[in-house]
Design a protein around this ligand. Sequence first.
Ligand code: ZN
Length: 349
Amino acid sequence: MTLPNTMKALEKSRPEQGLHMVQAPVPEISPNEVLIRVKKTGICGTDIHIWNWDAWAEATVPVPLITGHEFAGEIVEIGKEVTGLQIGQRCSGEGHLIGTQSRQSRAGNFHLDPGTRGVGVNVQGAFGEYLKLPSFNVVPLPNNIPDEIGAILDPLGNAVHTALSFDLLCEDVLITGAGPIGIMAAAVARFAGARRIVITDINADRLKLAEHVVPDARTVDVTKEDLHDVIKELGMKEGFDVGLEMSGSQAALDQMVEAMVMGGKVALLGIPPGKSPVDWSRIVFKAIMIKGVYGREMFETWYKMISMLQNGLDVSRVITHRFHVDEFHKGFETMKSGSSGKVVLDWEG
Ligand code: ZN
């Protein structure tokens, strides 16, 4: 198969709002990389920060850069030193490119390598017809996982990594933040055998989507209902055993700490804007264990989520919108509305 020299790609071309559709060179791979023909991509909250060109994006993202990091596609070229992968293999992949010299990396904790660079954030990304990726980062897709689910394995991985931070079997779980990752975390908690699952937000559209994806989760609009009333209504005596904070909201974290059982366990994925005040004495006196969550474990999280998807975990309904990439403006507008689930862009045809 002869590859073209140039490709369509969505690029942050200038240090300003928006992305541009450009013709870019097809990436050249080195001996340990593969070239992937991208078929579907997901739009991430991170991509919205990059689109908006906020202070974080300005300080982090080099320009010009092809953005995007949530993808599924097919391997079309293989570097000389790559073993174990074939042309035609359907795949997704880990978008964190790690070094091998740090203490954590050498201990096998690849996701904790401090020198990590992000596909579509620090280096050329997946919003293009072709993507080059180290073979190490490639995750083959089984035939029964479709491309559009492959394209959301990155955020599903965040949800799985966070949700499986603590044992959930028969535990009461509180999730604050009903964005796509919070909703997928609720689905994972259900799959992993949690007892009661409560998910909070201040956005009615998102709570409706949460009910659609995880029908037996109790949704709470905290602008209308008090979490303590819900705890009583559900017949819970002491509070939640496990908390998954997915919103980055100070108010949500405060509510969570108050609603936890003594000695409860909390995993934090949501990123607060700037420094936010924390009532540490409350956390100390309730003996709460807190874990910060970053990315996905390479590759344990991927192993678990693919196994769960093959055994009945269904997150397909979290994808609410699909656009051809030529309509990327609509995709980003939909994401920015704040009331969608995952938005997937189609790069074929
Ligand atoms: Zn993402």
